[in-house]
Structures are given as structure tokens and as C-alpha cells.
Design a protein around this ligand. Structure first.
Ligand code: GRF
Length: 194
């Protein structure tokens, strides 16, 4: 089986990244993690990836100042250097320009901690609780120009209970993310034959 080569973009902890890497260790997983790239050199996920045997590097956005597109050209070049077929965003916290979105259109996935289209953007768990939502969850979607607006590929749901705090809900949804993302990525890769 030829495995699809996935590049993972992170900005921080990398717990979803770890879930993707661990799932890729199975012989029958249809993807392999080719590289992990962070826009922040101090992201904890970089060491975490290396400890799991995956090449990890930073393409720091800071030297590019306000020129987001120039930073994205550097990211894109790195992804291509590692022969990536698919990009998985895993806590990548930069808003993208049409350049990077267009370059990977139909081949870039993201995980978002809400049941999209509800609660795009940040602070989703607090907003779900304050809205009185009966349930929360997470979504894997294709990345398009609008933030958190691309077609949803898969979702996992969890009830919001009366005793839930932002912290308890965050932890429960994060655990659901770790199960959902590897499964959704594998299904995507199989169905699109990328
Ligand atoms: C996750 O909740 C993910 O859904 C969101 O950012 C968080 C990243 O956490 N996009 P981690 O870095 O994967 O631990």
C-alpha cells in the first residue's frame, strides 16, 4: 500500500498531532506523517513529534512581519520539500491568506472544537455553554477561504451537562478530537485516493 504523505501544521501543544502520528503507526493506516511544521519555534508539539520519531521543524512567522503570504510561501515550500500530498492543521493558529488555501484546496483539513457551523472561531466551549446548547463536539472539515467554513467531513458529539465547566467540556471534547481526527483523515485519504 502506498501511503499518502501528510504534513501537519501546529502552533502549540500538539495533542491532536500526537493522535495523528500514533494512528499512523498502524500498518493498515493509509497515511504516513511526513513532517510536522510549527509557525512558533517554541511550540511544545515540535519536541513531542521528534520524541515520536517524526521530523519536526519551525517556519517562524515572526521574521516575515506583516507579510503573511511570504511566510506561507516558506511553509508551502517546506511541505513540498517533504513531498506532502495532504495537510492536516492541528491547532495551527494563523489565519491563512488565499495563497496557502488555494495551493492546498481540497487537500487541507482542520479540526475545530465545536459542532460547525455553530461556534466558529475561538472560545467555543464557553460560547456553547453560555448559549445553553444541549450538546457540544468537534468537527473535521476541509479548509476554505472563510475561517472554519469549509465542508464538514466528520463530527463527534457529546452532551453538555448542568455541571459542565469550560474546563470539563474542553477536556471531554479534546478526547473526542483525538479519536475523530485520525479516523476522519484516514477516511478522507482512502476516499479521495490522494
Ligand atoms: C484543539 O482543540 C483543536 O480543535 C483546535 O486547537 C486545539 C489544539 O490542541 N483547533 P492541540 O495542540 O492539538 O493539543
Amino acid at each position: 500500500m502506498t501511503k499518502a504523505r501528510v504534513g501537519i501544521l501546529i502552533s502549540g501543544t500538539g495533542s491532536n498531532m500526537e493522535a495523528l502520528i500514533r494512528a499512523a503507526e498502524a500498518d493498515d493506516c493509509p497515511y504516513a506523517v511526513a513532517v510536522v511544521i510549527s509557525n512558533r519555534p517554541d511550540a511544545a508539539g515540535l519536541e513531542r513529534a521528534r520524541a515520536l520519531g517524526v521530523t519536526a521543524l519551525a517556519v517562524d512567522h515572526a521574521p516575515f512581519g506583516k507579510d503573511r503570504e511570504a511566510h506561507e510561501h516558506a511553509l508551502d515550500a517546506a511541505l513540498r520539500r517533504f513531498n506532502c500530498h495532504v495537510v492536516a492543521l492541528a491547532g495551527y493558529m494563523r489565519i491563512m491568506t488565499p495563497f496557502l488555501v488555494g495551493a492546498w484546496e481540497g487537500r487541507m483539513l482542520n479540526i475545530h472544537p465545536s459542532l460547525l457551523p455553530r461556534h466558529p472561531g475561538l472560545d467555543t466551549h464557553r460560547r456553547a455553554i453560555e448559549a445553553g446548547d444541549a450538546e457540544a463536539g468537534c468537527s473535521v472539515h476541509l479548509v476554505t477561504a472563510g475561517v472554519d467554513e469549509g465542508p464538514v467531513l466528520a463530527q463527534a458529539r457529546t452532551p453538555i451537562t448542568e455541571t459542565d465547566s469550560v474546563e470539563s467540556l474542553t477536556a471531554r471534547v479534546l478526547a473526542a478530537e483525538h479519536a475523530l481526527y485520525p479516523r476522519a483523515l484516514a477516511e478522507f485519504v482512502r476516499s479521495r485516493a490522494v
